[in-house]
Design a protein around this ligand. Structure first.
Ligand code: BGC
Length: 911
């Protein structure tokens, strides 16, 4: 009995001690600072954005945690109207509470957001040990109009017509008597604008607002102008340009006949909040004055003309006397749908000085920037008053060394000689003049300056500016092959040259939002740049342009051209492929949700029109090296892809019946393709060309049991083609991937690294700094020197050599597939990609017979490393790393080992 008592006593002491220890640990845990930090807070994918119209904006963040297995087990988001005040019930707008989840993307779900309001937010995360981190730095977002009814301004114009050439100025004087606390400018335009306050340009954006289908969606831009308003007399000025709204130049796509076309117009609210809390709004309206500016002509497509003698100094300041200016007219808004531009803006991102100037005579000079860019040139020059300069911008030179436009002016249809292609015209004042177009951009490397009277020019007189949507870089590639490094750069140059608030085909000949080019280059874009804001905007353009029956035009936006040509599924599958890849890369299904009905209408249209499952609607493998592949095969593959994506979207959105319906339809299309094109005995599709074999492999058309056979045929085909490309635009998407994904990475690399015709390297070897439109440098048509349509190689470098791939089961790189190929012929390769969860690094170097492989798996993610190791073994330090059993690792192929990696940095040796 006593013993029993004794035991009970001991037990109780023990359990008390345990309890004590337990509390100590808890206490320690909550006091010990977690090494995990919350960083990178963004709202709607922008840092502290202004002018948010979304009712439930999206918040995202990242972790910094160097520990192995660092992750978030729970999080809490707090949103308040009080700066740094998250405890006051009145200002607190949302407290998500502690949510046990690893997600770093959440939609606002608090009190209804009010317009014109600054919201402060922060995130608290519980780390891998359940320890609460110190809160993130406080971030902000500010709401905008949140609805057309909040506009106070009136849409105004100068009352002239669509053929009027000079760009109009607008101005208004106003007084402030009180101390300004904050001031915001909200400005929407049909056309393009530059906004000025007290003589200074507001912000550093270019070509705002971005191009949309103006009569269906008009964008407004928000600027913080607090510092530009002075107490007392102020003046606000607006300069309007035509942009795509009033297209005066004539080309084959008929933009001059666009249904929305009108003289440019704008609406402005300058909302000033004073220190005393009162609010005053200065708006566009009948009391504004207008006059012509010195910009005597402006065309987004061709160029800009300027007469320095027409300058009205200080026109945008309060001191200016505007009695000679005339009144404005009030007009209707371009559309009833005026929404915020929530996007990385276009900017003059890189200054590109001229590297040389060649003087032909006193009135003829040719500048060379030594790289091809999209953008503008700025000239600073002094010459005799009245001298006319012609600045002709082009991508190549004639044999005589003069600028040659013949590769890019093919689709221009001028009606007279007053609007020469890519040629700015400047009339000098006699003083030092400076000119840079405000409402035009071009594609060029060379600028030929000719003048009506002798003028003295030096290299320093002209500078180029590389303009594009200023999307933050996310990826980086470098390798031991200098040609590959240059090719990666050239691909990015062409990608950016073709990103102006919508993806384009080329910055010179067309500037058209060609759908096909954009989906081919999509992954290249997403690995290298943070493009989600631009793609979300462009998909809204898609929704604006879609016919009720589901049909989309081949170029988006469009003035009407493109519903009858080039708009089959091989091009307009953007409607499905873009939302799906945004989902894979960002883990965000919003765009997929927003596009779901549109994808459905699109697929239903093809199903109704082509009930067999095969469609001949499309352009096919555009600009091939030599072999043309059947349009029906490639178009039906894209039709299958859209239907498959639709079935996956239906699954995500829990639409059971639709998931079943579209899965079945996808299966039917696949079977129809295989029944007509696949010879099961030989494993060949059609005539067995590179595109015919690689497209079915890459897009998952090939029956599992025949994959190896089809891939072997592709490898043989490539050997027969002397390890060179024989594809067009559609084939470039699949050729390298189909090889590297099916056991032929070495062959894929050989093609990628070729330096003679036909290859990417052939361009690079011939001095290309951008990608071309034609494999044949001497071709006579389709010869733009800045096309992104053959740009998939930029993504392939990440996917095949770096091996960094998203996993659709855990999108947004929550789970990462790492499948690098240490290809023959390349000694070292580094890829890094700043995923939504942080930096993924995959970097390898061959050292004698072993390979050093460095990997970083960002916090809050895991990675499946898949290596085709053969007889080699993987070590970390001296320790052999154990691979998963084939059962545990998905897709285990013969000779492939898989390793599950937690977050952290690893230095492996393969020997
Ligand atoms: C464009 C291409 C586009 C093609 C469609 C060309 O004029 O520049 O990039 O995809 O037309 O056929």
């Amino acid at each position: 009995m006593a013993a029993v008592l004794m035991d009970g006593f001991k037990n109780s002491i023990r359990s008390k001690a345990t309890l004590f220890l337990f509390f100590c640990i808890i206490a320690l845990n909550s006091f010990a600072a977690s090494p995990c930090k919350v960083v990178g807070l963004r709202c709607e994918y922008l840092i502290n954005p202004l002018g948010i119209d979304a009712k439930t904006p999206r918040f995202t963040w990242r972790l910094e945690d160097a520990r192995r297995g660092g992750k978030q087990v729970a999080f809490q988001v707090l949103v308040s109207t009080g700066a740094n005040d998250f405890s006051n019930d009145k200002s607190l707008q949302w407290n998500s509470g502690k949510i046990d989840a690893a997600t770093n993307l959440i939609l606002y779900n608090g009190k209804e957001l009010q317009p014109f309001t600054t919201y402060y937010w922060k995130v608290i995360v519980w780390d891998k040990d359940g320890v609460e981190t110190s809160a993130s730095p406080v971030a902000t977002f500010e709401t905008g109009m949140m609805g057309a009814h909040n506009w106070k301004g009136t849409w105004i114009s100068d009352g002239t017509g669509i053929h009027e050439k000079p760009a109009p100025y607008f101005r208004k004087k106003f007084n402030t008597t009180k101390k300004v606390k904050t001031a915001r400018a909200y400005i929407a335009a049909g056309g393009l604008f530059e906004l000025y306050l007290n003589g200074e340009k507001v912000g550093n954006h270019r070509l705002d607002p971005a191009y949309t289908r103006f009569d269906r969606r008009t964008l407004y831009v928000t600027h913080d102008v607090t510092k530009q308003i002075t107490q007392g007399q102020n003046a606000v000025g607006v300069l309007l340009g035509n942009g795509w709204y009033n297209h005066q130049s004539t080309a084959v796509w008929d933009f001059h006949k666009a249904p929305w076309r009108a003289r440019p117009t704008f609406c402005l609210d300058l909302r000033i909040t004073y220190e005393d809390g009162s609010v005053e709004t200065i708006s566009s309206g009948k009391d504004w004055k207008t006059a012509f500016s010195p910009i005597t002509f402006n065309s987004i497509y061709t160029a800009e003309h300027y007469n320095a003698n027409l300058e009205q100094p200080l026109w945008n300041t309060a001191a200016f006397v505007d009695t000679a200016w005339k009144g404005v007219i009030i007009r209707s808004a371009p559309s009833q749908n005026i929404v915020s531009q929530v996007m990385h803006p276009i900017r003059n991102v890189t200054e590109v000085p001229a590297v040389s100037v060649t003087k032909f005579n006193d009135a003829t000079y040719v500048y060379d920037l030594s790289r091809n860019i999209s953008g503008v040139s700025k000239i600073k020059v002094q010459g005799t008053k009245g001298t006319v300069l012609y600045l002709k911008h082009g991508e190549r030179l004639t044999k005589a060394g003069r600028v040659d436009l013949s590769n890019i002016d093919a689709h221009y249809r001028p009606t007279d000689n007053t609007d020469p292609f890519q040629t700015d015209i400047v009339v000098l004042s006699g003083k030092e003049d400076e000119f840079m177009p405000r409402f035009n951009y071009k594609g060029f490397q060379y600028v030929e300056v000719t003048s009506s009277q002798p003028v003295s020019l030096k290299k320093e007189n002209l500078t180029g500016y590389f303009m594009h949507s200023d999307v933050p870089p996310l990826g980086q590639v470098s390798s031991s092959n200098p040609m590959i490094n240059k090719l990666w750069q050239a691909t990015n140059n062409s990608y950016l040259s073709n990103l102006f608030g919508y993806p384009t085909d080329c910055p010179q000949r067309e500037k058209n939002g060609w759908t096909g080019d954009a989906h081919i280059a999509l992954e290249t874009g997403l690995y290298n740049f943070d493009g989600i804001t631009v793609y979300e905007k462009w998909l809204a353009d898609h929704r604006d342009e879609q016919q009720p029956n589901g049909v989309l035009p081949s170029i988006i936006p469009t003035g009407g051209w493109g519903y009858e040509w080039g708009n089959g599924p091989d091009w307009t599958s953007t409607i499905a492929i873009i939302p799906w890849n945004i989902y894979l890369f960002y883990g965000d299904a919003s765009l997929l949700k927003a596009s779901y009905e549109n994808i459905k209408r699109y697929v239903d249209h093809i199903d109704a029109t082509y009930p067999t499952g095969l469609t001949t609607w499309g352009l096919g493998d555009w600009v091939p090296v030599k072999t043309k592949s059947p349009v029906e095969l490639t178009s039906s593959i894209y039709y299958f892809t859209d239907t498959y994506i639709l079935s996956q979207a239906a699954r995500l959105l829990s639409k059971k019946e639709e998931e079943q319906h579209y899965s079945k339809l996808a299966q039917k299309i696949k079977e129809a393709i295989n029944a007509k094109y696949l010879d099961r005995a030989t494993g060949l599709y059609g005539s067995g060309s590179q595109t015919e074999l690689s497209a079915p492999l890459y897009w998952n058309i090939v029956p599992e049991a025949l994959k190896a056979k089809v891939a072997a045929n592709l490898a043989q085909r490539v050997q027969k083609d002397n390890l060179h490309l024989d594809v067009g635009l559609l084939g470039t998407k699949s050729i390298l991937n189909a090889l590297s994904e099916n056991g032929y990475a070495d062959l894929a690399y050989k093609i990628a690294a070729q330096e003679d015709y036909p290859s990417w390297g052939w361009w690079i070897k011939n001095g290309a700094t951008t990608l071309y439109e034609n494999w044949n440098i001497d071709a006579t048509s389709d010869i733009s020197l800045n096309h992104i349509m053959f740009g998939e190689i930029g993504a392939w470098l990440y996917k095949a050599l770096g091996g960094i791939k998203p996993d659709s089961a855990a999108p947004g790189f929550r789970h990462i597939v790492l499948e690098p190929h240490f290809v023959a012929g390349l000694d070292a390769f580094d890829a890094s990609f700043n995923s939504p969860n942080g930096l993924v690094i995959s970097s390898w170097k061959k050292k004698g017979r072993s390979i050093e492989y460095n990997v970083t798996v960002p916090p809050n993610t895991t990675a499946m490393l898949k290596l085709t190791t053969g007889k080699m073994k993987l070590y970390e330090g001296d320790k052999a790393v154990t691979s998963l059993s084939p059962k545990e690792s998905s897709n285990n192929r013969q000779g492939q080992s898989s390793y599950l990696l937690n977050a952290g940095a690893y230095r492996f040796i393969l020997k």
